[in-house]
Design a protein around this ligand. Structure first.
Ligand code: FAD
Ligand code: NAD
Length: 476
């Protein structure tokens, strides 16, 4: 142990929660330290967390590459474009993804430097009295002292019993982003966000993909009408989604994965080339906290934090995947900004009710606010409007017109309570709906705003009009 240095703010974790919190704190004039343990193959720091290294960014890079490949094979013909002898070079595709990741993690290092955030490359542990012990990758152990500590250690994948992940044959998200060729048969445990996104990647490159989902409903977090359309579209694409199915065990034998599944009516044996475990993530709270630091964990191992990200220990805050709420990069970042601002004496604001969700499948799925089933369960009276992309000029011109927009509004006040989109560019279209909800807009407000023609956003406009049964381009 050597030297002890004092900071205004110490952030443990350099993901989209932690690095953003550190930059905002430094912008506000606070002397800030950010600690992150992730490193590249060359041993250099790789801040950016799960999101930049093994999550949002690499998965989207592969989704984009594979979408080009898939469209070339299956959609361009209808546009009069012949693309014969299309070939595939998966290692180049994966290298491109790695290059994007390196560029972005390098960018975070530069941003931290430019904002005068001190960076420590190693593992941090919160001790009592707001002291942090850091085991640096260089081998040294250092103790720092902070007026405020922000815990931003993120999350790690959940693994299940009898399915040993080796990240070669039985993989989690890390391994599934690195295959050097499309597996012949890919099994996916969990038909959730990761299962669908990464299952789509390898399906588009030729893998036979079967998803084993324990629940008897598909995409239960989505609005019921959206998950129905999604199930239909994914089935058309050849994704074999088996509900009410549990994987009992998996074993690698001679370069293949022998899997035993229970589909509710009995056990079945399957032989697959690769198996992806995508059954959720858990807070990375293990070895983060000394026993006497005072911070509490809940029954799921998450750091207990209130709506302002306070842990209950004076000056200790927690954000992102480590605490309650959706495990999303933008949620982590906004919490980081809000906490930094509160520490600096500002108001800090985070509205957990208007956090958008996006699933980057084809078609994309995006939503904000409540689903129809949630409103019904809560006994809230609502009116609903919807509009198909197939009735928009732009959707048809693009040749990408699957899906629809659904707007849910309060039956009395007309305030928008939720918007649910499945279709091309849903990830971008949802932004307008988030702004509308943040400003407590009514469906009529959205309906009276001019939307450019021809755009996909006209479907949002028409769905808002349809709440009042006055859509123009569909029967009401
Ligand atoms: P993390 O990003 O997990 O960062 C925490 C960092 O802290 C990590 O670098 C970790 O190594 C480090 N760390 C942990 N403990 C310590 C310690 N004791 N000392 C030092 N460092 C430590 N979200 C989206 O919004 N959009 C998407 O498209 C999306 N796609 C995803 C795709 C995949 C395959 C996965 C796995 C996740 C995806 N997510 C997506 C979720 C998103 O990655 C997380 O919600 C987000 O990264 C959480 O940010 P965070 O800062 O809380 O934690
Ligand atoms: P998830 O919660 O989205 O899906 C997990 C699925 O696995 C669920 O449908 C669940 O019912 C099922 N499941 C659980 N245990 C099972 C079992 N034993 N057998 C079969 N099925 C089982 O989790 P995920 O896909 O692992 O992703 C983790 C989190 O990462 C997401 O919830 C999300 O917060 C984040 N993420 C976000 C994005 C995005 O924003 N586009 C993309 C990927 C990941």
């Amino acid at each position: 142990m050597s030297e002890q240095q004092q900071f205004d703010v110490i952030v443990i974790g350099g993901g989209p929660g932690g690095y953003v919190a550190a930059i905002r704190a430094a912008q506000l004039g606070l002397n800030t330290l950010c600690i992150d343990d992730r490193q590249n193959a060359d041993g250099k720091p790789a801040p950016g967390g799960t999101c930049l290294n093994v999550g949002c960014i690499p998965s989207k890079a592969l989704l984009d590459s594979t979408k080009h490949f898939h469209h070339l094979q299956h959609q361009y013909k209808a546009h009069g474009i012949q693309a014969d002898n299309v070939s595939l070079d998966v290692p180049t595709m994966v290298q491109r993804k790695d290059k994007v990741v390196k560029q972005l993690t390098g960018g975070v290092t530069q941003l931290l430097k430019a904002n005068k955030v001190t960076f420590a490359h190693g593992r941090g542990k919160l001790l009592k009295d707001r002291q942090v012990e850091v085991s640096l990758h260089s081998g040294e152990t250092v103790i720092y002292s902070g007026t405020n500590i922000i815990l931003a250690a993120g999350s790690v994948p959940v693994h299940i019993p009898n399915v040993p992940v080796d990240n070669e044959y039985i993989v989690d998200n890390e391994g599934a982003l690195c295959f050097q060729s499309a597996p012949g048969k890919l099994g996916v445990i969990g038909a959730g966000v990761i299962g669908l996104e990464l299952g789509s990647v390898w399906k588009r490159l030729g893998a036979e993909v079967v998803l084993f989902e324990a629940m008897d409903s598909f995409l239960a977090a989505c609005d019921v009408d959206i998950s129905k359309v999604a199930a239909r579209e994914f089935k058309k694409q050849g994704l074999d989604i088996r509900l009410n199915t549990k994987v009992k065990q998996a074993q690698v034998v001679d370069g293949q994965v022998n899997v035993t599944i229970d589909n509710g009516s009995g056990e079945e044996q399957l032989v697959l080339d690769r198996l992806l475990v995508a059954v959720g993530r858990r807070a990375a709270s293990a070895s983060l906290l000394a026993d006497d630091c005072g911070v509490q964990l809940d029954e799921r191992g998450r750091v207990v934090a209130d709506e302002h990200c306070r842990t209950g220990v004076d000056g200790v805050w927690a954000i992102g995947d480590l605490i309650r709420g959706p495990m999303l990069a933008h949620k982590a970042s906004e919490e980081g900004i809000a906490v930094a601002e509160v520490i600096a004496g500002q108001a800090g604001h985070i509205n957990l009710d208007t956090i958008p969700w996006v699933i980057y499948t084809d078609p994309e799925i995006a939503w904000v606010g409540k689903t129809e089933q949630q409103l019904k369960a809560e006994g809230i009276e609502f009116r609903s409007g919807n509009f198909p992309f197939a009735a928009t000029g732009r959707g048809l011109a693009m040749g990408d017109a699957a899906g629809s927009v659904k707007v849910l509004a309060d039956a009395d006040t007309d305030e928008i309570l939720g918007v649910h989109i499945i279709g091309a560019n849903a990830s971008e279209l949802i932004a307008e709906c988030v702004v509308a909800m943040e400003f407590a807009a009514s469906a009529e407000d959205l309906a009276r705003i001019v939307h450019a023609h021809p755009t996909l956003s006209e479907a949002v406009h028409e769905a808002a009009l349809h709440v009042d049964k006055r859509a123009i381009h569909r029967a009401n």
